[in-house]
Design a protein around this ligand. Structure first.
Ligand SMILES: NC(=O)c1ccc[n+]([C@@H]2O[C@H](COP(=O)([O-])OP(=O)(O)OC[C@H]3O[C@@H](n4cnc5c(N)ncnc54)[C@H](OP(=O)(O)O)[C@@H]3O)[C@@H](O)[C@H]2O)c1
Length: 283
């Protein structure tokens, strides 16, 4: 039985990972910013398992909230095996139009959020002489899709800082991994898309409307979190033997294989836009 902290477990992939870990009889510290809206399914499985799993309040954008949550968890257990930085937010807009405030908003959750949890747990991991950090990044780190510059930057920054610091902490028995997936059927992108209206006068109208169609297609074809949680669990189960980079799901592998096959230069110099045109040709 592993003891696992997961951020952003109120819905989507985080909820799926929490339920998978509970199914495997792990002890889960399911963190979420609004504990009052904790899903009934999660509450009932936690109470059924009766193994010390609990729901913990944590807003990853606030230093004090993260530290208080980690303190509370460590008051309830003397060790933690795994921390999964899953909580995340999304942004899609042409780079020129993306405000600094929007970029900061995305970084606050997707980049500084995981940094807060990692820095809060590392003293405990060093004391134990083991621990595994798993960051949820995205195939966007490899694909660098247009229209997602802020989102891609936040996940790429997380990837960079994690790879760098992983070489500092491995002497202390601590491993770091990234799980990267493609589009998953959650509220993340659809909720963001609801705020968007296409403007034909925009200088970026052509790519904006292509991305609108691409999102509709990807959302329609997306697999539910339950279809990737087995693969994510393999990374959790591997612990210190897990690889750093773990593409999860066929869509992530499709994009990463396409880059490897065609070469990054081809991909960024128009090749990706052609693949996208091909994917949306019937729309
Ligand atoms: N869905 C995809 O296509 C996709 C693809 C690649 C990578 N990802 C990554 O997968 C992870 C999970 O996303 P998802 O698709 O499951 O999205 P989701 O269904 O929208 O879930 C996001 C989770 O993050 C939580 N969260 C957001 N801001 C937070 C904050 N400040 N503090 C604490 N929790 C916060 C949300 O809580 P609330 O319920 O309170 O909002 C929710 O539990 C993210 O890191 C995302 O970038 C998703």
């Amino acid at each position: 039985m592993k003891k696992i902290i997961i951020t952003g477990t109120s819905q989507g992939v985080g909820l799926g990972i929490a339920l998978k870990c509970l199914e495997k009889n792990d002890r889960v510290f399911a963190c979420m910013r609004n504990v009052d809206s904790a899903p009934d399914e999660l509450k009932s499985v936690i109470s059924e398992k009766n193994n010390g799993s609990m729901i913990i309040k944590m807003d990853v954008t606030e230093d004090a909230s993260v530290q208080t949550a980690i303190n509370e968890i460590l008051n309830n257990t003397d060790s933690i095996d795994t921390v999964i930085n899953n909580a995340g937010t999304f942004h899609e807009e042409a780079f020129e139009k993306t405000s600094i405030d929007s970029i900061k908003r995305v970084f606050e959750t997707n980049f500084y959020g995981p940094i807060r949890t990692m820095q809060a747990i590392l003293p405990q991991f060093r004391k134990q002489k083991y621990g595994h950090i798993i960051n949820v990044t995205s195939a966007a780190v490899d694909v660098t899709p247009p229209m997602q510059s802020a989102y891609t930057a936040s996940k790429t920054a997380l990837d960079g800082i994690s790879r760098s610091m992983s070489m500092e902490v491995d002497d202390h028995g601590i491993a770091v991994s990234a799980v990267e997936f493609g589009r998953i059927a959650t509220n993340l992108v659809p909720n963001f898309m609801k705020q968007i209206t296409l403007d034909e006068e925009s200088p970026y109208y052509s790519i904006e409307s292509d991305f609108y169609k691409l999102n509709e297609k990807l959302n329609q074809d997306a697999i539910p979190p339950s279809k990737i949680t087995d693969e994510i669990y393999e990374v959790i189960a591997a612990g210190k033997d897990a690889k750093y980079k773990n593409p999860v799901g066929d869509e992530a592998r499709f994009w990463i294989d396409s880059i490897n096959e065609k070469g990054r230069e081809f991909f960024v110099k128009g090749g990706l836009k052609n693949i996208i045109k091909d994917l949306i040709k019937d729309r």
